[in-house]
Design a protein around this ligand. Sequence first.
Ligand code: AMP
Length: 217
Amino acid sequence: MNIILFGPPGVGKGTQAKLLVEEFRCSHISTGDLLREAVKNQTPLGVKAKSFMDGGNLVPDEIVIGLIEEVLKPEDIRRNFILDGFPRTLPQAKALDALFERLGISLNGVISVQVDNEEIIRRLDQRRLCRNCGAIYTVAQLAGSRQCPKCGGELYQRDDDKPDTVRRRLEVYQQQTSPLIDYYRQTKRLTKVDGMHQVAYVHKLILDALYRDRTSI
Ligand code: AMP
């Protein structure tokens, strides 16, 4: 199962990716997570990426394309994966198609999750993550606790989830990423899913879309 999960920040791609990983036992490749890890460890990649990420801007194409080429090298990974947050520009999408062709990877589908902008700003303002296990919560689910209910790790809010930076990220999505909808629609690989519903129902919609479109799964 090879899937691209696509959509603006805050539509629930990370949450849905985790559910799909349980369903299909596939690798979850999130460029955002990989870049945050690189920033935390102050690797040369992280040092280059940090200022772009802090401002809510995209990290340059050549950096993220190089990163994805590295990640997809191992054969077991490239047979079964979800891409979350990549591609985000037309050059990235074209580079990915070329890479897929070179490595003999076929794509099962591109799922575009859609949520209103006001709801995105509200959701990201309420989102908290666990530093230890990466679990994602809403403030309401935590009832004031600062520790992860699953592993006891420290919870935090991403700096780029604050409303001003989210507005910038949404502008960037509109300008640079939304043209990919047409790119994937033209090649008949795109399925739109309404992300305004509860998590479990959105998961069901994604599975329905994957099974409906790809009888080979
Ligand atoms: P995310 O966790 O997917 O929201 O990504 C967080 C930040 O990482 C983004 O706002 C970008 O600065 C950077 N980033 C993640 N994926 C990409 C990508 N495919 N291209 C460029 N920048 C990216």
